[in-house]
Structures are given as C-alpha cells and as structure tokens.
Write a protein that binds this ligand. Structure first.
Ligand code: XMP
Ligand code: MG
Length: 200
C-alpha cells in the first residue's frame, strides 16, 4: 500500500503489514449505518451504549452522523473486558454502566469488532438481566468472517472482514494503534515491538 497516503505517528513506521480500510471508507459506511438506524428507531430516542475503549472512534463518528440526520439519542458507556488466559472463551467482566440508565429504553450497543461473539454472548444477556431494557440490539463496525458459527450475531454490521488481527481506529494491540485513522493488519515488527521504547 502507499504509505504516503496514510497519516500515522512516526513511532509506528514498519508496524503495518497492509491496509484494510481507509478513514474515508469507514466514514462513508458509518453515514449509511446512521441512516439505517434513524429509520429503524424513528420516533424513538435510543440509548447508544459505547463499549470502551475500542468502539470510541466509531461511536464518535456514528453519533456525529446521527446529529446530521437530527436523530436524538442518549449516551452511555460500558467497559467489557475479557479475561482471555489460554482460550478465547474466557470470562467477561462488565463495568461502568448504571442499570437504571437502560431501564425500559431502546438500547443499541456500539461495538468495534465482533470476532467469536464471546464478548457479546456474555454482555447482551447480562445487560438484559440487570438493565431490563425495552429492546437491546448491537451495531458493530466490523464482523470477522470465521469458519465456525458465532456465539452472537449482530443486527447491524458495518463491514464483514477476513480473519486477520487488525489494528487502528480504536482497535489496539497492547494498547497501541488506537490512535490511527485507518485500519491495518499488524506486521511482525508491530507484534514484537517493545513499547517501553516510546516516550511517555
Ligand atoms: P469476541 O471473540 O469476543 O471478540 O467476539 C471481540 C473482542 O476481541 C477483540 N478483538 C480484536 N481486537 N483486533 C483487535 O484489536 C482484532 O483483530 C480483534 N479481534 C477481536 C476486541 O476487543 C473485541 O471487542
Ligand atoms: Mg470491543
């Protein structure tokens, strides 16, 4: 890919294998998603529940597009961290959301990426249980194509993508690369990079 066309901090030089999608491609699809959400939630005021930290850039651009469409919403945030350990089917710890803020509301979870579905298969029933929302759906920017069936299927999907480890636009590897406009496949150099080399 043409490195010149993409902006990134100099400390990331050599850390990308290939470009997956540009900021412009993301922005355009995010506007489409906003239009679909506006139609489906006509006459309603959904609670847009952002899953931290990864979905933050997607959330920012999606809410911006909804503002342009004069679609109202309330903002809530949740932290869902999975203890991976040896397998990907680890426990999911949910924190930071007040159950009252979801009660009797139409809640739309905004996710960065759906992989095996482990995270959402834990998060969705948990929020239904403690929050008692009127409805609960998921909008994920990315959905990885897998061989095996997913534990959770999202109603709204931005892009279906091949099964590679990707970074950028909120997605991290060891807390790095969230600060990229575009989405890339990480290189071997990126994977083995020692972040203690970075200034603080
Ligand atoms: P599951 O398997 O629970 O995975 O659907 C969802 C969570 O796993 C993380 N994840 C990734 N993070 N690049 C990342 O930076 C990736 O390619 C990737 N795939 C999965 C992410 O935290 C997501 O919420
Ligand atoms: Mg996530």
């Amino acid at each position: 890919f043409e490195k010149e066309a993409h902006l990134y901090p100099p400390e990331y030089e050599g850390h990308f294998e290939s470009l997956v999608m540009t900021a412009e491609t993301i922005r355009s699809r995010v506007r489409d998603l906003a239009a679909i959400i506006k139609e489906d939630y006509a006459g309603m005021r959904p609670v847009l529940l952002c899953t931290l930290k990864g979905a933050c850039p997607f959330y920012t651009h999606l809410t911006d597009a909804l503002q342009d469409l004069c679609q109202g919403y309330d903002m809530e945030f949740v932290r869902a961290s999975s203890y991976e350990g040896t397998s990907s089917s680890g426990n999911v710890i949910v924190s930071g959301v007040k159950p009252e803020s979801l009660q009797h509301r139409h809640v739309l979870i905004i996710e960065d990426i759906l992989d095996t579905g482990t995270t959402l298969a834990h998060l969705v029933p948990h929020l239904e249980d403690v929050g008692k929302p009127a409805s609960l759906e998921v909008c994920t920017l990315l959905d990885k194509r897998l061989e095996e069936p997913k534990k959770y299927v999202a109603k709204y999907v931005g892009f279906s993508i091949p099964n590679h480890f990707i970074i950028g636009y909120g997605l991290d590897y060891n807390e790095l690369y969230r600060d990229l406009k575009d989405i890339f496949i990480i290189s071997k150099e990126g994977i083995s990079f020692d972040r203690s080399n970075l200034h603080s």
